[in-house]
Design a protein around this ligand. Structure first.
Ligand SMILES: NC(=O)c1ccc[n+]([C@@H]2O[C@H](COP(=O)([O-])OP(=O)(O)OC[C@H]3O[C@@H](n4cnc5c(N)ncnc54)[C@H](OP(=O)(O)O)[C@@H]3O)[C@@H](O)[C@H]2O)c1
Length: 242
């Protein structure tokens, strides 16, 4: 019997894959929402989340899965993100910039809304948790990452506002934003491969790597799951480094 339903966007790689393999729930079903499949043992809901049409399919899926589900936990982690195209606004490729904005700024808000709606409409009465994976880029302005920084800031502010809504309705749903710190994933490899002209702070990321300060994805994932045990108030925005 399945007691916990877990959805992770972008569980095909990096932190998302580590979150899938370390999910600390007995009898859990983990669904990866991404273009390529997640780790063995996860179910794959194929979706290009930079395409708005995919958001409706996820909303339909969430309501179908939660309707009649009588397990104890439902957890949705919005982790999928991209740095592409790294470079300055006004210089990079326009379709790629548009896709970045849709994935980093819009998808999380729309999917977060879809999860909350599915929880409410399905009558699910276990513990529901919604987590947005954030970044230090939500508060530090990095030249070359304009839409990534803007997207993470948008998610943090969405969590603050929606958290207040959930508290005022006493829904019991916990909405959190968690920044994972610097983690050894494909995203960091991509950063280090970038030309300084497109991303002037690149040297700092070489130094973090060369001095061994990137975290192992599974360690970061375990710390991230542990935040859920801290009973933080809905609307909390936190960083694993603090
Ligand atoms: N690594 C770090 O140091 C670091 C630091 C701060 C914050 N973060 C955050 O941590 C999260 C995970 O990053 P990561 O480092 O693990 O990156 P990653 O290894 O590049 O993985 C990114 C994931 O996002 C998915 N994704 C990308 N574009 C997508 C799209 N259009 N539709 C659906 N899924 C898409 C990818 O899946 P598919 O390609 O299969 O679709 C992949 O599973 C991100 O939110 C990132 O901003 C990472």
């Amino acid at each position: 019997m399945v007691d916990t339903l877990v959805w992770i966007t972008g569980a095909s790689s990096g932190l998302g894959a580590a979150l899938a393999t370390t999910a600390p729930f007995d009898d859990a079903r983990v669904v990866s929402i991404s273009r390529s499949p997640g780790p063995d043992g996860t179910e794959h809901l194929p979706a290009d989340l930079a395409e708005p049409v995919a958001w409706s399919a996820v909303e339909t899926h969430l309501l179908a899965r939660l309707t009649g589900f009588d397990g104890g936990h439902a957890v949705f982690v919005h982790n999928a993100s991209t740095l592409d195209p790294i470079g300055f606004a006004g210089e990079v490729d326009s379709p790629a910039y548009r896709a970045n904005v849709l994935l980093n700024s819009a998808a999380g808000q729309v999917l977060g809304h879809a999860f909350l709606k599915a929880v409410a409409e399905s009558g699910f009465d276990g513990r529901a948790v919604l987590v947005m994976i954030s970044s230090g880029a939500a508060t530090s302005a990095y030249p070359g990452w304009s839409s990534y920084c803007a997207g993470k800031a948008a998610l943090d502010q969405w969590v603050r506002a929606v958290g207040e809504e959930q508290r005022s309705r006493d829904t019991g749903v916990t909405v959190l934003s968690i920044a994972p710190g610097v983690v050894a994933t494909a995203m960091q490899e991509q950063i280090r491969a970038t030309d300084e002209a497109d991303f002037p702070p690149v040297q700092r990321f070489h130094e973090l790597h060369d001095s061994g300060r990137l975290r192992d994805p599974e360690d970061a994932a375990r710390d991230l799951w542990a935040v859920l045990d801290r009973d933080l108030p809905s609307g909390s925005v936190t960083d694993l480094r603090s």
